[in-house]
Design a protein around this ligand. Sequence first.
Ligand code: FES
Length: 101
Amino acid sequence: MVFVKVAAVSDIPIGKMLGVKAKGKAILIANIGGKLHAMADTCTHASCGLSRGEIEGAVVTCPCHGSRFDVRDGKVLEGPAKLPARVFDVKVDGKSILVNV
Ligand code: FES
């Protein structure tokens, strides 16, 4: 596991999310009230990219069939997905966002 630079802090304003790639993994970074969170950008239902969906507060809604995940812990709030999404540690170094992948 190593922290990898994935984006600039300025890329993700409060209330927004961004899909990035790190070491071949698709990761969603969300800015929830100024705190950054990282979760797998792959829905556990049928692998749609969650960052193409909607975010409201800490809740990400999958664009394909509407599963809802809490981006802070990856838990499923509403199906059809049953399994939680993996979450990753995030840190800020200067103007960069790094994720532990
Ligand atoms: S792929 Fe996300 S809800 Fe089906």
